[in-house]
Structures are given as C-alpha cells and as structure tokens.
Design a binder for this molecule. Structure first.
Ligand code: 13P
Ligand code: SF4
Length: 361
C-alpha cells in the first residue's frame, strides 16, 4: 500500500474524484459512517451521518456491506465492530483518532472503585458507561448487569438503572453524569465525583451518595464557561444558547437547551428564519450549520475543536478505500471475541431501550 504521503501529493480534486470512483466500484459492499464532527471534506462521503447513538444503531443494522469505514473516533469504530454482522470488516482512516475523555477511565481503576462501592452497597449499584469509553469498560458493564449510554439517551438509561438499584456508578464523564442526574431531580448532595487517585474517591461521606460520577471530562466542552455564556448574551440580544451535555453543569444551567449533536442540529433546523443561536459544541459542526442556514445567525459559544476527530481527513479516507480495493485493508479495528461478548450485553441493554416503538399494525 502506498504511503499516506503519496496520497497527500494528489490535489483535492484528484482525491475527491478517486473516492467517488471507489465508492461506485465497491457499491453495496461498502458503507461509510460519519460522525457530525467530521470536516466537510469527509462528511460529504458518508452514506450515513449521525450522533453516537444513531451511528451505533446504524452499524448494528448494516446487513449487506462487507466493509464499514468509520469516520469518527476510535471508541465509535470499536462499538461498530462489536455490533457488526459476522464477516464484516470495520476500518478507521486513522487509528490514532482516540478520544481523550474515553482515555480518562482505565479498567483496573474502575474495578477498584467497583470493589469499594460494592463493599458499601453490595449488589445495589449499576455501572453505566458513557459510549465514549474503551470496549473493555463496556465489557465490565456487561459482566456486572450494567449498560452503555450516549448523550441522547443518558436520562432514559439512568432511569432504567435506578429502577433496578438504588445507586449508580457513571463513567467516565462527570459532566454528563451530573447533568443527567440533576435533570432527573437527584439532589446535588446525592451526586459525588469519584477521583480514582484518592481513597474512597476523595469522598469520606461516599455512603450518602446515590449517583457516583467518574472524574473525567472532555476538554472540548469543558472549555466553555459561564463567562462565555454571559459574553454571548451581552453581544447578541435575545440569542438562544444550545449546548452539548458534556459541558459543565454551570454552563448547562445558564443555557436554554442541551442535547446530543443530532439534537443540536434539529434545534437549528427547527428555529425560524431570523433566529439567533449560539452553540456550545465542536466547531466543525457549528460552522457547517452556520453555512447551511444563512437565514439564521448561528455562532459558536466560542471556538473549540476536537483534535482527535480532525485526524480523519480526505487523504486517510482515500488510503482506507484504496486498501480495501487492493484486498488488504489497513487500520482495521478488532475487538477480541472475549471482550466483544460481554460488551455486546451492555450495548444491547442500551439499544433495546432506545429502539423506536413498533407501530401498531
Ligand atoms: P454525540 O453522541 O452527541 O454525537 O457526542 C459524541 C461526542 O463525542 C461528543 O463530544
Ligand atoms: Fe472525545 Fe471530546 Fe472529542 Fe467528543 S469532542 S470525541 S468527547 S475529545
């Protein structure tokens, strides 16, 4: 396979033409999935674009294609590999496209926390992992009667858990966990943050907690502050602020609405002409929305980029496709069978909850 550098020597027009040619050649044997944070040069080739939940649902439904090329970050491609049909191959254009939030909870640390918490509460606790996590942590949840959630179904998943047990351990995103618990009416004093580097997670009174959230965060969303909210409200009178729930509880409380990337897109689409919206999420998505809706004022709360998502570009997408055509796919994402079996339990628990209800016939 030629090096990435040799693909980069092609002009943009040449690379675009070749991607189109390969897509036509592979036809139904290929599906390209794209997360909303992808740049314009990549997202235009996605056969399906979505937020994490929609992409996981779509990956589980792909029946025909032999190859799934995942334009997103590594945990998303891993999830697709867990949910795919036998014989399918999942490829990511750059395996280094990780997620720094997902890296903030390691399995041995979570096992230690679990040991302490089950020591306090026995089986009366459910582990919930945000989908932004390693496959190994999804397997941990599958093994311990737990579940996966995404930003679009976190409240539904937490309700499911709290109907089964009194306590929840939520990892790795403290903001999503806290925002979800607060939105469900759980009092602040029953929500505690677990710091893996300190005994009892840094909470001597941990036994009072109902909702234990891991001390992880996304730097892209933690970048937004209450001062940014105040500044944008002062600059644009009457502006509506919509943010992702990975933002801090303080920012979420000062905003008008929060939700997943697909929720944010719908909020923009449904706003009337002339509306003004400030968006607190990754900038590629915000600037695309602004370009697609020239009749509305769409601005970022402030610029904030995800360097991991930006690793996927037109040229490494082309390299992935050429490697498939050559019969030797590169950057294949493979989760071991052992991890896959247990992770699937936790993912299926989530997918069962989030399936649209069957229409009455
Ligand atoms: P969504 O599931 O809302 O698309 O979020 C994914 C993500 O990584 C947000 O930072
Ligand atoms: Fe991970 Fe944050 Fe990037 Fe989303 S925006 S992929 S949570 S680092």
């Amino acid at each position: 396979m030629p090096s990435l550098e040799s693909f980069k020597r092609l002009s943009k027009e040449q690379a675009v033409a070749r991607v189109r040619e390969i897509k036509a050649e592979l036809g139904r044997d290929l599906v390209i999935l794209g997360h909303h944070y992808m740049g314009d040069d990549v997202i235009e080739f996605a056969d399906f674009r979505g937020d994490s939940l929609q992409l996981a649902q779509e990956a589980s439904r792909i029946a025909e294609a032999r190859y799934i090329v995942f334009c997103g970050v590594h945990f998303m491609a891993e999830t697709a590999d867990i949910l795919r049909q036998p014989g399918q191959v999942v490829v990511i254009p750059d395996k280094r496209a990780g997620c720094l939030l997902a890296d903030m909870a390691e399995t041995p640390e979570v096992r230690n926390a679990w040991k302490s918490l089950t020591g306090l509460w026995g089986n009366d606790i459910t582990p919930i992992t945000y989908v932004n996590s390693t496959a190994s942590l999804k397997a941990f949840c599958g093994r311990n009667n737990g579940i996966v959630c995404t930003s679009s179904n976190a409240a539904e998943v937490c309700r499911w858990a709290l109907q089964r047990t009194k306590h929840v351990l939520f990892f790795p995103d403290a903001n999503l966990g806290t925002n979800t618990a607060l939105s469900m009416g759980i009092p602040r004093q029953q929500i505690m943050t677990w710091d893996p580097s300190r005994p009892l997670g840094g909470n001597p009174d941990i036994d009072q907690a109902r909702f234990v959230v891991w001390r992880g965060f996304c730097y892209v969303h933690s970048h937004f502050t209450p001062e940014h909210v105040a500044a944008i409200r002062a600059k644009y009178e009457g502006i509506r602020i919509v943010v992702h729930p990975e933002c801090s509880p303080e920012v979420v409380a000062l905003s008008d609405a929060n939700g997943s990337t697909s929720y944010i897109i719908r909020a923009v689409e449904q706003a009337p002409a002339g509306a003004r919206l400030a968006i607190g999420t990754e900038c590629n998505l915000v600037y695309r929305l602004a370009a697609e809706h020239p009749d509305k004022l769409i601005v970022p709360l402030v610029d904030s980029y995800c360097v991991s998502m930006a690793r996927i570009n037109l040229y490494n997408l082309l390299r992935s496709l050429e490697s498939i055509v050559a019969g030797r796919p590169v950057e294949v994402v493979t989760v071991s069978d052992e991890i896959k079996a247990e992770a699937l339990i936790a993912l299926q628990n989530m997918l069962r909850l989030s399936m649209p209800p069957k229409s009455a016939s």
